[in-house]
Design a protein. Sequence first.
Length: 348
Amino acid sequence: MTIIDLRSDTVTHPTPAMREAMATAQVGDDVYGEDPTINQLQEMAAERLGKEAGLFVPSGTMGNLAAILAYCNRGDEIILGNQTHIFLNEAGGIAALGGIHPYPIPNQPNGTLALDDIREAIRSDDPHHPITRLIALENTHNCCGGAVLTAEYTQAVADLAHANGLVLHLDGARIFNAATALDVDVASLVAPVDSVTFCLSKGLCAPVGSVLCGSKEFIARAHRVRKQLGGGMRQAGILAAAGIVALHEIAPRLAEDHVRARNLAQGLRNIPGVILDSGEPASNMVYLTLGEDLPLNAEDAARRLKGCHVLVDVVSPRRFRLVTHYWIDDQAIHSTIEAFEKVLGNYS
Ligand SMILES: *Cc1c(COP(=O)(O)O)cnc(C)c1O
């Protein structure tokens, strides 16, 4: 029996084409800058994102951390959303390793930060205050239901940042999903930001890695930070090879995952006790809450769904996240809806 694993798009294992490319990749010592496959991936990623340079890093977390450490001194402040991955899910790395002071402001339900909230959070030049150094956004916004930020909004935040001498970093872990959802070129979507991290190892299906992109001068600084963090790898071209396949073959097909997320939401919407977040899923994520009248919580339901070979992510006592990806086909969507009907149907 195949397992339908909707917990995350991080569960994607590499495609046969990736394994083939990994097996045959040309490699060298990347600490000497001599891995041709890593160099190729970095150039390709930078070109796709319309930035001068790219840096291959082991994880999205390290990409964000290297970027923020490259911009900030100890005691500097970063303005970011209180529902962002950097604030919630990166183990406090910016504070632990960089002495960087987070200034969390509310994420709106659509993943944005209100421009007025940002404006108010920017510190005045007063020796009592930390120095505001940067603003960070997240696109797509994971905890806000996979919400998509537009290029216009991103430009407005960039304008605000730049007018105040700040930089704008984008945690674009799923930026290719965002560009797909908006049907725009990814480079135009990230044109306003000074730097961007994206993950190869999520919906793009590669087994390992992220790429940080920005100006040549910025990437040179981030490169040194990556070394400090222990992220200088050697013949990691075997990993980058999968990333190249991901950009060529997987990025263009993400719309399929978005259609399946909408179909999944459509099927679940009719099941009594299931409360879907309002609106259609914006990208590849479906969030749902169990109604209070159901006598089981999300953990119980997840356990029973597992009995039907369906794995879901429990995000709070009554709430789930389901994420579509390359290895979830139409049949899997159908089977998942059936499993929910079976598990929850007994109570209606
Ligand atoms: C997964 C994720 C990251 C971090 O990536 P890892 O490779 O897991 O370290 C950063 N931001 C967002 C929004 C993510 O979903």
